[in-house]
Design a protein around this ligand. Structure first.
Ligand SMILES: *[C@@H]1O[C@H](CO)[C@@H](O)[C@H](O)[C@H]1NC(C)=O
Ligand SMILES: *[C@@H]1O[C@H](CO)[C@@H](O)[C@H](O)[C@H]1NC(C)=O
Ligand SMILES: *[C@@H]1O[C@H](CO)[C@@H](O)[C@H](O)[C@H]1NC(C)=O
Ligand SMILES: *[C@@H]1O[C@H](CO)[C@@H](O)[C@H](O)[C@H]1NC(C)=O
Ligand SMILES: CC(=O)N[C@H]1CO[C@H](CO)[C@@H](O)[C@@H]1O
Length: 408
C-alpha cells in the first residue's frame, strides 16, 4: 500500500491526494499568499509533490514581535517553492525536523508580557491551519477533512492546538506521535510568566517600565540578545478541543535522547538503555485522562518495533522517532532491507493512520479489517505495533503505561 502523497505535504496536513507529475509548471498553485510552483524530488521522494517555504504570515519583526500573527497577503509574486527558508531565529532543530511550518517558540511565541497577553506561537499554528483551509482545495485537498499531524515537539504543538482551539478547531482530527501538551511549546514554566517577561526585560535593559513601554522596548532588542537569555512560557488552557485524536509513544523513547546514548559505542552498554522518559507516557496519561473525562474520541497506540535497520545502533529498539520511517514507508532505505515483520508493521501503521485521516469520526477501519478501538481504561484499547511477531495487536493500557510516574 502506498501512502497518499498528501500525507507528506510539508505542512503536515492531510487533505486528499494531489495530482502526480514531474513537471514543475503543472504544480503551480495560486494561493492567498501568492503563486507557488512546487516540485518533485525524483531521487529521494518520487511520489511526493513538495511546496517549500510557502508564506502564511507576515514577518513577526519590529512592532509585530510578541504579538498575534498577521496573515501574509497575496503580493502577486510567483515563487518557485523549492527551498526551505532560512531557519527562524528562535526556531530549534526539532520544529524543522518534524514539520514544515515555522512558528514562534519560547519568549517570541509565548512572551507572557503585560503588554502582550497572548500566546502568539499557538496563534501562528492556528494561522497555518487557516491558510491551509483557505488553500488546500487548490492542492486537491478537502478543507472539511484536514488532519493535523506532528511528531515530538510537533506532536506537542498538535496536542496543544487541540486544547487551544476547542471552539472552532477547523481540523477534522489530529495525530500526535510521541508528544503531548506537557512537552509542547510554552509548557516549561507554570507560574509567574508575566514576572518572567519583566525579569527578561530587566536583563536586557528594558526594566522598570510600564506595560506599553516595556513591550516597545523589548520589540527593539535584537532577537539574538533575547534568544541568549530566553525562557519558555506556559499557556493557561481555557478550552479543550473535541476533535478525535490518535496519540501514542514508542516503547523505548529515551534510548537515544539526552545522556541515554553514547554515540561512539559499538557494543550495547552493560545495562540496555531501557529508560523511558516519563515526560512522554506520564504526561500522555494526564492528557488521556482529560480526554476520557470529557468524552472525546481518542485512539492510543504503542510502537514497540525493534528493527535494527532504522536505528543508529541495533540495540536501541523503539527509540524516539523510530516510528517515523514506518509511518512514511521509508524504513528499507537506510541500512538494508527490512524484515517481513517490519514491512507488515509499516503497512499496518500506514493503513491505520490513513484510515483515521479518511474519517476520524467513523470508527476507522483498514483494508485488512483492523478497526481502531476507542481508547478507554477497560479492555484491550491500545494498538501495539511491531511487538514480537505481530504487526499490530490489541493490548490493555497497562502495556503502554511504561514509566513509573509516581514522582511526576
Ligand atoms: C493563477 O493566476 C494567474 C495570474 O496570476 C492566472 O494566469 C492563472 O490562470 C491562475 N491559475 C488558476 C488555476 O487559477
Ligand atoms: C566520540 O568520538 C569523538 C571523535 O573520535 C570524540 O571527539 C568524542 O570525545 C567521543 N565521545 C565520547 C563520549 O567518547
Ligand atoms: C533489539 O534486538 C537486538 C537484537 O537484534 C537486541 O540485542 C536488543 O537488546 C533489542 N533491543 C531492545 C530494546 O529490545
Ligand atoms: C525486501 O524484503 C521483503 C520482505 O522480506 C521482500 O519481499 C523483498 O523482496 C525484499 N526486497 C529486496 C529488494 O530485497
Ligand atoms: C511493550 C512490549 O514490548 N511488550 C512485549 C513485547 O513482546 C515481548 C515478548 O515477545 C514481551 O516481553 C514484551 O513485554
Amino acid at each position: 500500500m502506498q501512502l497518499p502523497t498528501a500525507l507528506l505535504l510539508a505542512t503536515g496536513l492531510v487533505g486528499g491526494a494531489a495530482a502526480q507529475t514531474q513537471y514543475d509548471e503543472e504544480l503551480t498553485v495560486n494561493t492567498t499568499s501568492g503563486r507557488y510552483t512546487g516540485f518533485v524530488d525524483t531521487a529521494t521522494a518520487p511520489d511526493v509533490n513538495q511546496w517549500r517555504g510557502v508564506r502564511y504570515g507576515q514577518a513577526p519583526e519590529g512592532a509585530r514581535r510578541f504579538l498575534p500573527p498577521v496573515a501574509a497577503e497575496d503580493d502577486g509574486l510567483h515563487r518557485y517553492a523549492r527551498d526551505w527558508p532560512t531557519v527562524c531565529v528562535q526556531q530549534g532543530a526539532t520544529t524543522r525536523g518534524s514539520g514544515g511550518s515555522c512558528y514562534r517558540l519560547n519568549v517570541f511565541g509565548f512572551p507572557g508580557a503585560n503588554g502582550a497577553m497572548t500566546n502568539a506561537g499557538f496563534l501562528d499554528a492556528r494561522l497555518v491551519v487557516e491558510w491551509a483551509k483557505n488553500n488546500i482545495e487548490a492542492f486537491g485537498g478537502d478543507p472539511e477533512r484536514m488532519v493535523l499531524w506532528g511528531q515530538s515537539a510537533g506532536a506537542g504543538l498538535t496536542a496543544s492546538y487541540v486544547y487551544a482551539n476547542g471552539e472552532d478547531p477547523i481540523i477534522a482530527g489530529a495525530i500526535a506521535n510521541s508528544g503531548t501538551v506537557g512537552i509542547g511549546p510554552g509548557s516549561d514554566d507554570d507560574s509567574g510568566s508575566v514576572n518572567k517577561f519583566s525579569q527578561l526585560a530587566d536583563i536586557v535593559g528594558c526594566g522598570g517600565l510600564d506595560a506599553e513601554s516595556e513591550l516597545a522596548c523589548m520589540q527593539g532588542i535584537p532577537a539574538q540578545t533575547l534568544q541568549s537569555v530566553l525562557q519558555s512560557r506556559r499557556e493557561d488552557v481555557p478550552t479543550f478541543g473535541a476533535v478525535p485524536l490518535i496519540t501514542g509513544t514508542t516503547s523505548n523513547e529515551a534510548a537515544a535522547l539526552g545522556g541515554g546514548f553514547d554515540k561512539n559505542a559499538t557494543t550495547p552498554p552493560p545495562k540496555p538503555p531501557n529508560n523511558p522518559v516519563g515526560g512522554f507516557d506520564c504526561s500522555l496519561r494526564e492528557e488521556l485522562k482529560d480526554r476520557l473525562d470529557n468524552g472525546h474520541i481518542t485512539y492510543r497506540y504503542l510502537f514497540a518495533g525493534n528493527f535494527s535497520n532504522i536505528t543508529p545502533r541495533y540495540w536501541l529498539g523503539a527509540m524516539h522517532s523510530s516510528d517515523l520511517p514506518l509511518i512514511f514507508g521509508t524504513h528499507y532505505q537506510f541500512r538494508g532491507n527490512s524484515t517481513e515483520l517490519e514491512w507488515q508493521t509499516s503497512y499496518a501503521m500506514e493503513d491505520m493512520w490513513v484510515a483515521f485521516a479518511t474519517d476520524p469520526y467513523k470508527d476507522p477501519s483498514t483494508s485488512s479489517g483492523l478497526v481502531w478501538p476507542k481508547y478507554s481504561l477497560d479492555g484491550e484499547t491500545v494498538v501495539l505495533f511491531g511487538n514480537g511477531t505481530e504487526a499490530a495487536q490489541l493490548a490493555p493500557p497497562s502495556v503502554a503505561d511504561i514509566s513509573d510516574c509516581s514522582d511526576e
